[in-house]
Design a protein around this ligand. Structure first.
Ligand code: ZN
Length: 81
């Protein structure tokens, strides 16, 4: 398990698995860690913490990642456009 920081909010995170090509939402998908690496439609990939993943739209883009910010230890949000 590697330790790094979230591409969206900069929060320290740990990653258990590899790149996730399928969006697996749910309270517990059976994976460890506090972040996942997501591949986007535009071909970029970003490592994001679960709070950031939770607030991204259904079809996120790297522009959405740029708008992510940390609210507190458990919450992220998208900055208003
Ligand atoms: Zn984050």
């Amino acid at each position: 398990m590697a330790t790094d920081s979230c591409d969206g909010c900069g929060r320290p995170v740990s990653v258990a698995g590899g790149i996730a090509n399928v969006w697996t939402f749910g309270e517990d998908d059976g994976s460890d860690g506090t972040a996942m690496t997501l591949e986007f439609e535009d071909g970029t990939s970003h490592m994001l913490c679960y709070p950031c993943i939770g607030v991204l739209p259904d079809e996120p883009t790297s522009a959405d990642v740029d708008r992510l910010e940390q609210v507190d230890g458990d919450t992220s949000r998208l900055e208003p456009r």
